[in-house]
Design a protein around this ligand. Structure first.
Ligand code: DAH
Length: 336
């Protein structure tokens, strides 16, 4: 009997030692300590052992069970450690981690922020005005006669009370001059609205950036100098800029600005309107204020305005302007 115990003991330890993984080890446990395992079978045969030998046999059986259990446990710990080691050996802790996307600034806002920062450095303060405007602030004050096409009901969103959604951010000029006296230098970003058919290059709501500088002796040279500094700051040093004579009711003389830069595909792109504030605008403001703060004989000014959406569209190279307004996460997540 004792030699049988010894045999089972040796055999079990040898199997445990050679088990090469956790499932092989589990098979050894079942084959020894399991319900029909070799050690359990020995316990069954206890009843055949002479009564006098039973205590000694029982003690040896317990010792065998404990020895096998603890050998199984030790080997399991070793095998688990080996498996961990194998996993770790494939792990390159120097690889960069997965960057979590915590959101990002919309490309339009990013462009706007950069533009505003450049004007801040030149001493322009931020200004704003309401999206819902009076006809006076949007047109009359800006020397735009009642029969001007921009005022057409087909082109503009009118409210039942006669107010309208501003068709340009030039209303910010009116608002600022109404409430502040010169000298002043402001930059006014905001939404503008037109009854445009929405397609790949048009939105009925878009974004503009307006600028206004009024003081004694502001000249066309100041306007050209300011914008000739601004655009290369925004698009890079190789940026070319040209001023083309144009007409706007609220500036005289007026220009359109084209720029050519690598960032926009090296082609001339019509970008902005600008000019010297028309004395008629100053007089409309004076009449409203009831003073002569904007006496055209004492102050002069320049103004400019341009759209941001088409610019952003060209800068980031997207085929459809609507992508800027749809807020589709598949489009926006590339800017994370
Ligand atoms: N408001 C004009 C537009 O929406 C752009 C513009 C032209 C603004 C000339 C100005 C300016 O301030 O002086 O087309």
């Amino acid at each position: 009997m004792e030699s049988k115990l010894q045999h089972i003991h040796n055999e079990a330890l040898a199997q445990i030692e050679t088990a090469s993984n956790i499932s092989a080890l589990e098979a050894v446990r079942i084959g020894t300590l399991g319900r029909s395992g070799s050690i359990s079978a020995l316990s069954q045969s206890m009843k055949n052992v002479p009564k006098a030998d039973r205590p000694r046999f029982g003690k040896l059986l317990n010792e065998l069970r404990e020895a096998v259990s603890s050998a199984l446990e030790k080997r399991a710990t070793a095998l688990n450690a080996e498996a961990d080691q194998a996993l770790l050996s494939n792990l390159d802790v120097t690889l960069p981690g997965t960057q979590p996307c915590i959101g990002a600034i919309h490309p339009l806002t990013r462009l706007l922020n950069r533009a505003v920062q450049i004007f801040h450095r030149m001493g322009f303060a931020l200004a704003e005005g309401p999206d819902i405007e009076t006809e006076w602030h949007c047109f009359d004050a800006l020397n735009t006669p009642a029969d001007h096409p921009a005022r057409n009901e087909q082109d503009t969103f009118y409210l039942p009370d006669g107010r309208l959604l501003r068709t340009h951010t030039s209303t910010i000029q009116t608002r600022v001059m109404e409430s502040q006296s010169p000298p002043l230098r402001v930059i006014g970003p905001g939404a503008a609205y037109r009854r445009d058919e929405v397609d790949a290059t048009h939105l009925a709501q878009f974004n503009q950036l307006e600028g206004l500088y009024v003081a004694a002796d502001v000249s066309l040279a100041d306007l050209k100098g300011t914008l000739s500094f601004f655009f290369p700051e925004l698009f890079g040093p190789g940026t070319e800029i040209r001023f083309r004579p144009h007409f706007f009711p609220f500036t005289e003389p007026s220009y359109e600005i084209d720029i050519r830069t690598e960032a926009l595909g090296d082609q001339w792109m019509e970008l902005a309107g600008c000019g010297m504030v028309d004395p008629a605008v100053f007089e409309a403001i004076n009449a409203r204020r009831g003073d002569r703060a904007y006496d055209p004989d004492l102050v002069s000014g320049f103004a400019f305005g341009f759209g941001l959406d088409r610019l952003a569209m060209n800068l980031i190279g997207i085929p459809d302007i609507r992508m800027l307004a749809e807020n589709d996460i598949r489009f926006l997540s590339q800017f994370c």
